[in-house]
Ligand binder design. Structure first.
Ligand code: ADP
Ligand code: ZN
Length: 438
């Protein structure tokens, strides 16, 4: 089902017209109300009048995570505090968190974006939406919660964690839609598997909206099979609003962007020039109707490409390809660029392994080391190294041929790699430990 056909199926010309009108207004607000943008634009010699349509967007300055941190907490706000209704913040594992503030209308627009994604799974009255994203400063919990409300569904705010109870409620209440990170969904699927009293096919679960971190096709297949659901990808970031900036349709062939609210571009992260249409690069977003904290050309550091071909579902909005990861997730090991998602893709090709993994990178004797912990499924696991060998070899060969580096693979007992209730942590780069907490 399409939640808002007027916006989601608008012809391209009308969409560009709408985007142009909204961009002009946003730029004017940024220039007049946010000294940071006035300074940046003045330095570049750009005036709001120079922006006559969305095609002029390239004239505008970029905004980076650094800028947001420098202006912490409210430096980029365009309205007085009396108009703010809520504050969220991203995890900010290093340094200050990134803050997002919302007017009443911002909250309404955000809930509308999430509702659009939930409509893909026909979520509506009578549906129970179990929100197992964390509630709190993180945008996942309340974002999904408000989106479910717009769809007229029943909100079940379990938040993340307490997995046994999550499953009990899922069964007893008859949850039909689950919202959480894909890694937590995987963990919940494992908990169900281990519980002799519950079978996934007896649950009423029909659809899952998973996001907040990159996840591969292998994980999707695993979740769909284990939970008997359709697994829908939902994308977002605190800087724009939170989850719902984009979401997949049932064709699962890219993430439709709520383009009437967020204008996406792909740039080459080195030259900052736009890439050729369809080419991979860094995703950049400009907010088109945010009131509290409008943002111009925000560099997300997410690497992906844009798909402009019309989609079979009838939505006309541009789609994001699967997100490879953030540029800062990329590891350079012995000079080779490695994304954790590449390891996940390879691992999930091997049915003998669980999809869990942990990478440790270090530097010994002037050489990078790459240790990979993986779990054999219980049917295949043996503590005897000789019995593990036949499983290690094919995985090792595949990683060497696909990624180009030789891993030290360590087999762990199933359940041994730490599970996450939120965004999974897959990497420990010991080389950066000394410089990280400046
Ligand atoms: P933090 O920076 O603390 O992780 P956010 O929750 O705002 O805070 O994270 C937003 C980021 O999460 C995005 O820029 C992207 O890297 C990642 N992300 C969110 N949803 C998805 C998704 N569906 N697929 C891949 N990555 C995602
Ligand atoms: Zn579609």
């Amino acid at each position: 089902m399409i939640h808002n056909p007027t916006m989601e199926c608008m012809d391209r010309e009308s969409m560009r017209k709408l985007q142009s009108e909204r961009l002009i207004k946003t730029v004017k607000t940024c220039y007049e109300k946010i000294p940071f943008y006035k300074k940046k634009m003045d330095r570049m010699g750009v005036k709001p009048e120079d922006i006559r349509s969305i095609d002029d967007i390239y004239k505008l300055p970029f905004t980076t995570k650094h800028d947001l941190r420098d202006e912490y907490p409210f430096g980029l706000q365009a309205v007085p505090q009396s108009e703010i209704r809520r504050i969220h913040a991203s995890s900010g594992t290093t340094g200050k968190p990134v803050v997002g503030t919302y007017t009443e209308n911002d909250l309404k627009m955000w809930a509308e974006c999430v509702a659009r994604v939930m409509a893909v799974g026909d979520v509506g009255p009578g549906d129970i939406v179990q929100v197992a994203y964390g509630y709190g400063l993180f945008t996942g919990g309340l974002g999904a919660h408000d989106g479910a409300a717009v769809r007229g569904a029943i909100q079940l705010p379990t938040s993340a964690g307490n997995s046994e109870k999550q499953i009990m409620l899922m069964k007893d209440f008859g949850t039909t839609a689950l919202c959480c990170t894909p890694s937590y969904a995987l963990h919940l699927a494992e908990v169900i598997e281990k519980n002799p009293d519950i079978k996934a096919e007896d649950l009423k679960l029909r659809v899952g909206f998973f996001g907040a971190e990159p996840w591969t096709w292998g994980i999707r297949r695993e979740l769909e099979k284990k939970l008997h659901i359709k697994a829908i990808d939902i994308y977002g970031l605190t800087e724009m609003c939170g989850p719902g900036v984009g979401g997949e349709c049932l064709f699962q062939n890219g993430t439709h962007v709520a383009e009437d609210m967020f204008y996406p571009e792909i740039i080459n992260p080195e030259t900052l020039e736009p890439v050729a249409p369809g080419e991979e690069g860094e995703l950049v977003f400009t907010s088109l109707c945010k009131e509290a904290m409008p943002i111009l050309r925000y560099r997300t550091r997410d690497l992906t490409h844009l798909i402009y071909e019309p989609c079979e579902c009838g939505r006309t909005t541009v789609r994001l390809g699967k997100i490879l990861g953030r540029s800062d997730d990329m590891l350079i090991i012995r000079g080779v660029n490695v994304f954790p998602s590449q390891i996940e893709t390879i691992l999930t090709e091997f049915p003998v392994y669980t999809p869990q993994y942990f990478i440790t990178v270090d530097r010994k004797n002037n050489e990078d080391t790459f240790d990979l912990d993986v779990e054999l499924r219980s049917d295949y696991f043996s503590p005897n190294p000789a019995k593990q060998m036949p499983f290690i070899k094919p995985l090792y060969d595949r990683i060497v041929s696909m990624v180009g580096i030789k891993p030290n693979i360590h087999i762990k007992e199933p359940g041994n790699i730490e599970r996450s209730t939120g965004k999974a942590k897959h990497v420990l780069d010991k080389r950066t430990l000394l410089t990280d907490w400046k």
